[in-house]
Structure formats: C-alpha cells, structure tokens
Design a protein around this ligand. Structure first.
Ligand code: ZN
Length: 519
C-alpha cells in the first residue's frame, strides 16, 4: 500500500476488477506539492534544479514543481495523458494540498510567471497552476478534483473540491457553484485512532451542511473516508477500516431521517461472522476504556467510562495490570494526590483491550477555568475550557484529546487564583516539527492583585532546538519565593511560522499546551 509502484498492467487489473463491481477508480496525481519522488527523478522540474533524495518519511516538503518552468507543464501533461488512457472514469484528482510556497518566492522563473500573468502572489500562482491543468483535463473530457487548498487564490472553473480541513472549504465551494466531496479529518480519517474517531463518531457524520441552500446542497456529491497508510503498516489497515467503514457506508447510502446508532450497532454485530469468513481482521468499535476528570464541590474525581456494554473495569494503583481481584470501578474515583491508576477492562472474565495507565496530577489550580486571550483550535480543544486544570496531562499522542492547540497565535491564559500561596508554575508543551508543532519561544508567568498590573514571577526560555526531531513533551517550570495574588497569567510565545530550514517554511506553526500545574 505504501511505497512501491504500479505498472500499466497492474493498473488495468485494478480498474477491471473495480469496474466489474460497479466501482470507479479515481487516480490522484499530486501537484504542485507532494512531488518529491518525481523531483528526485527529474531535478529540472523543481525551482532549484538541485538533485535531492526521495523522502522515506511522511511529511510536507518545500521542493515542489516549478510553476515558472514550461517544461514542468509539458511533463505533467505527458503524465496525465498516460493516466487518462489508463483510467476510464470521468475524474482525475490532482491533489493541490500542502504546497509550501518558499521555493516559488525565491525562484526567478516563478516570480517572472507571477509578473507576466498579472498575479498578486504565490497563492495566485498556485491557482494559475491548477487552472492550467484544469483546462488541459477538461479539453480531454475529464473533471479535476483537488483538496480544499485549491480554493486559495481563486478556484479553477470546472474544479471539484475535496474538503479535508473541516467542512468550510466544501461549503465555500458549494456556495460558489462547484461540486464537493466531504472528507473532514474530524470524521473521515480512518488512519486516526479510535480515541479521536470511533464507530459512533463516524455514524454521527453528515456530509451535507445545513447552512447550504437546497440548490447548493446538490453540489455535495458525497464523502470519502481516507485510509492514509504512512502511519498504518499494511497489517493494520483492515482493523482501521473495519468496522468504521460500515458506519460510513450507511451514512452515505441512506437517508439521515430516523438514523439510530443502537439499531445500527445491532446490525454491525451480524457483520462480524461475515467479515471473519472473508478473512477480514477487523478492529474494535471504540476504545473499551475512556476517562475524564470532574471537579465536584472542589474535589477532583477520575471518571472511567465503558466504551462497549457488558464490560467490567478494574483498577489498581500498583504498577501492574489489574485483575478481577482488584478494585472494581463502580463510580468516580476521588483523587486527593498525584498518582497513576492502572485500569483494565474485562468481558466474561477475560481481559478486553489493552491496559491503560492514567496519570492524574493534583495541584492548586484544579478546576479553575481560565480566561483566554486567543481562542484555541476547533480541532484540538483538549475537551474545552476545563482542559488546562483537569489534572490530566497530554501524552505523546497529540490526538489524545488532552492537548489544546493554538495555530499562529500566542497563548495567554488568566486564572483567578484568589489569594492562594503560589511557589511554582509548570506548563507542558509538545514538539513534533514534522507536524509543524513547536515548543514556545518562551513562557512567562505573572501575578496581579487587580487584574491590570502584573508582577513578573518568571520567564522560562526555550533551550531545545526547533530542529530536534520526533515527538516529545517538555515542561516549562518556574519556581520562586511564595507569592499571593488574585490573577495568574500564563503567556506562551508561538513561533508563528515554520522557519526557513523547515520543509513547510512559512506555514503557520502550532503550539500545543496541556496542563498548567500550580503549586
Ligand atoms: Zn520556480
């Protein structure tokens, strides 16, 4: 699935197999970005013309096709000719997503193109690029599909938009009379884990936004679920696709009126023997254990929920997998100090799913809801405004539901601490530069008695290189002589743009924060 190649003979076989089952195969030939493989083979297609290696890791890369070079278009049209010949369907997907503009900004050929064509900037150059391809495809009787980035700088006339960064791109396209495929990351990305998209979440998806008029709604042709395989080795693909695709199929192929998850759930159970007979290694419907904290009457409670019925859940505070002789979870567990709870689900006395270790941090600011300077992202809410002081810290999985994220904006949080003694403040941040997530440049803590005049408690500079690869968490901690105050301010400086050396140079950076620990 990932890597390798298809010969013309292979493609013909796939298309024939699909056609005999009423399925249309739509090829996607990525441009102008996600084209490192082509550029490694033909360096003259890039702006620099320099030889580079094929990437072996997933990501967004700054070497993209040069839009100022006529040879690029000659090459792409040749490729498309071959593709058109192989795929009899009406649609050709050309990508158009995740194309950093840094090379175009520095390329004399691209800058000349912008001038010659009377364009304003590199976004309009991308739009011009896509329009050139769109004209070519439509002259061959094909319709172009592109990811929602093709809206930036103006949409090509006959283009169809596939909306992945939420539904907004799709709405915008439908409103301007273009056809749309919905595949927002929130419901349709089956490469994501069950903690962000489980069976029920998929079933709750509705691809046609209610804000569209009846005529605009007709432009929403349907949806697609995406099984990107760069983070799912081949042997995991079945378990990620099934049973979630059953929910997506029903959502797309039936009327939404009278849709009922419980009824659907019963129908799904009947599919399992069929899937087993077909050799499908299907996965779970949801995480068997989910958890959250609640603050009731100033007391912190850990609440553990069952993902599926008929489970018994046991926990222990010893570092070992609990057994049915440990404490059974019946209600919220009161947490009075920092500790780790080891939790395991059982079904018919057999362990069900993996054990889960839940670390709960008890501290003075538990339950205090801060005022926000900038709003956090719709995609990474951490569960909302209680996320910073719920006692749960974000883990190495940045989609674990605990992290709260801010794109481009700095973080400013003000907590009403009402005269408590404070001697340290500690905040966790995340870095994963491949996903444009960086540590803050610095974090500042200050206190105020009146909410207007703040006294500096401490400033923690980031000493870790933004170039440090991989995903990791870093704590920014400031300790000081005990102070009292009414308002505690936490400010974290976002880098704002991916730096020059970064493959997505110039794209807005993410700042991921979780838990502001006050002692
Ligand atoms: Zn160029």
């Amino acid at each position: 699935v990932y890597g390798g190649y298809y010969s013309q003979k292979d493609v013909k076989e796939v298309v024939e197999y699909a056609t005999s089952r009423g399925v249309n195969v739509v090829p996607e030939i990525e441009m102008p970005g996600h084209s490192v493989a082509a550029i490694a083979a033909y360096p003259e297609l890039s702006c620099t013309g320099e030889q580079r290696e094929v990437e072996t890791e997933w990501g967004v890369f700054k070497d993209i096709y040069c839009a100022g070079n006529d040879h690029t278009f000659e090459f792409l049209k040749n490729v498309l000719d071959e593709v058109i010949e192989l795929f009899p369907g009406k649609y050709i997907h050309i990508g158009g997503d995740e194309a950093p503009k840094v090379r175009w900004e520095q390329c004399s050929k691209c800058q000349k193109r912008i001038k010659d064509e009377g364009l304003h900037d590199e976004h309009e150059l991308q739009s011009w690029f896509i329009q050139e391809i769109e004209k070519y495809l439509s002259s061959k009787g094909k319709q172009l599909i592109g990811w929602d980035e093709i809206l930036e700088g103006g949409l090509a006339d006959g283009a169809m938009v596939q909306s992945w960064r939420g539904m907004e791109g799709g709405i915008q396209a439908a409103e301007s009379g273009h056809d749309v495929i919905m595949s927002p990351t929130s419901h349709c990305y089956f490469d994501y884990g069950l903690n962000s998209i489980d069976l029920k979440k998929v079933y709750s998806f509705y691809p046609v936004p209610s804000q569209l008029s009846d005529k605009e709604k007709e432009h929403v042709l349907g949806a697609e679920c995406n099984m990107w395989s760069e983070r799912a080795p081949y042997d995991l693909v079945d378990s990620k696709v099934f049973p979630r695709i059953l929910a997506m199929s029903e959502v797309l192929w039936s009327d939404s009126v009278g849709r009922d998850f419980e009824e659907f759930y019963q129908r799904v159970q009947k599919h399992y023997p069929r899937l087993s007979a077909l050799g499908v290694d299907y996965g779970l419907e949801t995480d068997p254990i989910s958890y959250a904290t609640e603050v009731n009457d100033g007391k912190l409670e850990l609440v553990i929920n069952k993902g599926v019925p008929d489970l018994d859940i046991f926990y222990s505070t010893r570092d070992s997998t609990p057994t049915p002789s440990d404490t059974k979870v019946e209600e919220g567990i009161e947490v009075s100090s920092t500790g780790t709870y080891f939790v395991q689900a059982f079904k018919n006395d057999k362990s069900y799913g993996e054990p889960v270790a839940v670390e709960v941090t008890h501290h003075k600011a538990i339950g205090i809801i801060p005022e926000y300077g900038a709003d956090f992202s719709f995609y990474y809410t951490g569960g909302g405004r209680t996320a910073m002081t719920n006692g749960l810290k974000g883990t190495l999985d940045f989609r674990d539901g605990n992290w709260q994220a801010f794109q481009y904006d700095d973080i400013e949080l003000i907590f009403e601490v009402n005269g408590m003694d404070i001697s340290s403040v500690e905040t966790n941040f995340y870095q994963y530069n491949n996903s444009w997530v960086f540590l803050p440049e610095y974090v500042e803590y200050s206190l105020s008695l009146d909410g207007e005049n703040y006294k500096f408690l401490g400033r923690v500079e980031n000493e870790t290189s933004p170039k440090k690869d991989g995903a990791f968490i870093e704590s920014f901690k400031s300790e000081f002589k005990t102070h009292k105050g009414k308002y505690l301010k936490v400010k974290a400086k976002n880098m704002q743009y991916c730096p020059e050396w970064h493959e997505a140079a110039g794209s807005p950076t993410w700042l991921f924060i979780d838990e502001v620990i006050v002692k």
